[in-house]
Design a protein around this ligand. Structure first.
Ligand code: PGA
Length: 224
């Protein structure tokens, strides 16, 4: 089996109680497989508690964040630094199109965030809209997420997603894994992960439902 990332991006959804219930449902059903990297990215204040439960129960699950500060510690009101997240967050989704749109995040800021994550042992995942978005040379993990496909129910075609993923790798030698994100669900997931250049999925809405999320993993593992 090729390496496969299945990443849940919960965005600004779920209470802590809902989050822990999701974990109780999903955790025990996850297959033990070195090639499979399942990640959940809850809201920031839930990350530590979820990390604790995952460690205690020994679930094969990584816990990530949806953002982090471009700065190291200092006077940056409201920001959460990578050093605070060291040892708690395994991975950081950076430069999501919603952050670029609603919080005016720039490629330069995303690149600084990548550096902060790396400095603190957190794997950076840079989101790009197409093969032209700049990617820091420090970042090996990328998600291709065309804006028209996010939360719309209209995904890209697997063939086009595969082609763009190949272009991203050709233009950025350091990139080893490109994921696809945008209206992925349990019906279409394996059509993407079976593509040569696609190493996994970044999933928003369909990741909120624990049963559907487990079904996505099952379907993808059966088809790679
Ligand atoms: P969606 O979101 O699966 O709800 O389309 C994907 C994302 O924004 O990462």
């Amino acid at each position: 089996m090729k390496r496969l990332w299945i990443i849940a991006n919960w965005k600004s959804n779920k209470t802590l109680e809902d989050a822990l219930q999701w974990l109780d449902h999903v955790g025990p059903q996850l297959p033990q497989n070195d090639q499979l990297k399942v990640v959940v990215c809850p809201q920031m204040f839930q990350v530590e508690q979820m990390h604790k439960v995952v460690s205690e129960k020994g679930y094969p699950l990584l816990v990530g964040v949806q953002n982090l500060s471009q700065f190291s510690e200092g006077s940056y009101t409201g920001e959460v630094t990578s050093s605070t997240l060291k040892g708690i967050a395994d991975i950081a989704i950076l430069g999501h199109s919603e952050r670029r749109k609603y919080f005016a995040e720039t490629d330069e800021q995303v690149s600084e965030k990548v550096q902060q994550a790396k400095n603190n042992g957190i794997i950076p995942l840079t989101c790009v809209q197409d093969a032209n978005t700049p990617i820091s040379v420090e970042c090996t993990l990328v998600a291709y997420e065309p804006v028209f496909a996010i939360g719309t129910g209209t995904p890209d075609t697997p063939e086009n997603a595969n082609q763009v993923s190949g272009e991203i790798k050709n233009k950025n030698n350091q990139v080893t894994d490109v994921l696809y994100g945008g209206s992925v669900d349990s019906n279409n997931c394996a059509t993407f992960t079976s593509q040569e250049n696609i190493a996994g999925l970044l999933i928003g809405r369909a990741s909120l439902d624990p049963a559907q999320f487990v079904q996505i993993i099952t379907n993808c593992v059966a088809h790679v």
